[in-house]
Design a protein around this ligand. Sequence first.
Ligand SMILES: O=C(O)CCC(=O)C(=O)O
Length: 206
Amino acid sequence: MADGSFTLFPGKECEIYIDEISPQGLPSRCWVKRQAFSDLSVESWWHLVSEAGKGWRQNDIQIFGQLYKEPRLTAWWGPAYQYASVKWPHRAMSAEMKELTARVEALANFSYNGVLVNGYRDGQDSMGWHRDNEPEIDTASIASLSLGATRTFKVRDRRNKKVTNIELEHGDLLVMEHLQEAHDHSVPKRTKVATPRMNFTFRRLV
Ligand SMILES: O=C(O)CCC(=O)C(=O)O
């Protein structure tokens, strides 16, 4: 359940899940604008990513010295970027991606220069607990757009282990502001889900 709501602009009410002061004294929030992008089609965007450049990648990740395939597909647009053992070269945003970014920026009131696209083929695909706190990411705002199947987005407070579950549906926009300092997040498997989900995570690399 959301803790409250606020109005970004008239007619644009959002659900607030976390609203606090971060350990470094910054305003830290996690909020969701429901159905902001429900006009988009997951099929068309999946196809668009498949056709762009090298298309989807399934990266190897190293855990305790062992290589595993990430349990999802990914693609990147933006400056050269690296996390864990994954390296993305610079890739200029396509016209469609620029247009999508501009729509997200208008709602989140922030400017992003990169987008990581995650493709969850079905409920077996997932994303483990992590922070998105690489030094080059500006954690003042990270925006996450969901298309397709409903999946649970979990946010965990590292100080008290409290977990907030947020059901993200087709077209929802979730925004994390200064949340990385004290919170991790994940998208667990949901084995009964048989349909794909796409997630676009907009970041500002500095
Ligand atoms: O799929 C999601 O909703 C989360 C994506 C995410 O956490 C990330 O790209 O860092």
